[in-house]
Design a protein around this ligand. Structure first.
Ligand code: NAP
Length: 314
């Protein structure tokens, strides 16, 4: 029997059209229907919806919702917006997304490892100067967050020969990685990280985790990559540590406010690389297959995929 699956999104017209096309192809045995095209009976009957930046009032249209499938991996805003609701939130966990993030982590780690910002600056002043190049194994990489994305990034870095230290909430094992947890574990990771990479979710516990005190634990000349969320990094503290010469460079892909406002000092800082949230974009084709599979399993077997823990916030 065909079921109407609500699609509730606040996206540009072109983005919405593209998503609907791939989702309808992936789940062709059912009808994926925009909120405004659903009948009252379909809204009443809906137990699952596909969402992308929905407004809470839009989701209130479904009195019997059991779960929503987000098209995004980070769902902190959806959690805040729906804190009164009791439906489960299933975020995007796509192996392709993990591969894409691992590729970004390797690319920007190599950017820092190979001193690219410094050679670019030298070119601008016609300076011909070579600097020592450590082996990857002599470069310690600290990876905060060892989840779907962090584990895959850690393995890619190990494969490339880097020495990797990983940190997570609970103790976890990753081949070739020294893994730590807890406050002391964080301090140990920070003290050894020549390059620190953040792949934590944005939660009450991780908000402002990278601040004056924690950044001070990094060794002199350390660099930072934030591919997680802007809320985790105190940018004033980062600027202080860059300006006083303690830290050498930061690659920032995520910000408190996106797009980054034109007046932000981060844009023009010589030791900051600003990226427009491009580390790991959701790939519509592979993501839509994951969504279709999750919804199909629910409709045929009643199985709701693993969902976000509303207490932990991830
Ligand atoms: P995930 O599978 O939920 O993994 C989260 C990891 O962070 C886990 O290892 C978890 O520890 C750890 N963690 C959570 N809270 C912690 C705490 N308080 N202290 C220490 N460790 C903590 O998430 P994911 O799929 O890897 O995604 C991570 C984040 O990447 C997303 O939330 C999103 O914000 C971001 N992201 C960014 C982009 C981009 O393009 N820039 C794209 C996709 C995602 P446990 O293992 O103990 O649970």
């Amino acid at each position: 029997m065909r079921t109407a699956i609500p699609f509730v999104a606040q996206l540009s017209e072109a983005e919405e059209k593209a998503w609907l096309q791939v989702l309808r192809t992936a789940l062709s045995e059912h009808d994926i229907v925009r909120l405004d095209a659903l009948t009252a009976a379909q809204r009443e009957a809906a137990k699952v919806a596909i969402v992308a930046n929905p407004a809470p009032t839009q989701l209130a249209a479904f009195p019997n919702l059991l779960w929503v499938q987000s098209l995004w991996a980070g769902v902190e805003r959806l959690l805040v917006k729906t804190q009164e609701a009791d439906f489960a939130i299933v975020r995007m966990t796509d192996p392709q997304l993990a591969n894409t993030m691992a590729e970004a982590v390797l690319a920007w780690t190599l950017y820092l490892h190979r001193d690219m910002p410094r050679y670019r600056a030298q070119q601008l002043t016609q300076q011909w100067q070579q600097h020592p190049l450590p082996l990857p194994s002599e470069r310690n990489i600290g990876l905060l967050g060892l989840g779907h994305l962090g584990k895959s990034a850690a393995q890619t870095l190990v494969h490339h020969g880097f020495t990797v230290y990983g940190w997570s909430r609970s103790q976890t094992a990753v081949d070739g990685v020294e893994t730590l947890c807890g406050d002391r574990g964080l301090a140990d990771v920070l003290r050894q990280s020549h390059i620190l990479i953040c792949l934590l979710p944005s939660t009450r516990k991780t908000c402002g985790l990278l601040n004056h005190q924690t950044l001070a634990l990094l060794p002199p000349d350390a660099a930072l990559i934030n591919f997680a969320r802007g809320s985790i990094l105190d940018t004033d503290a980062l600027l202080d540590h860059l300006n006083n010469g303690h830290l050498s460079h930061a690659v920032l892909d995520v910000f408190d406010e996106e797009p980054l406002p034109p007046q932000s000092p981060l844009w023009s800082h010589a030791n900051i690389t600003v990226l427009p949230h491009i580390a790991a974009p959701t790939h519509k084709q592979t993501a839509s297959l994951i969504v279709a599979n999750n919804i199909r399993q629910f409709l045929t077997q009643g199985k709701i995929p693993a969902s976000v823990d509303r207490t932990l916030g991830y």
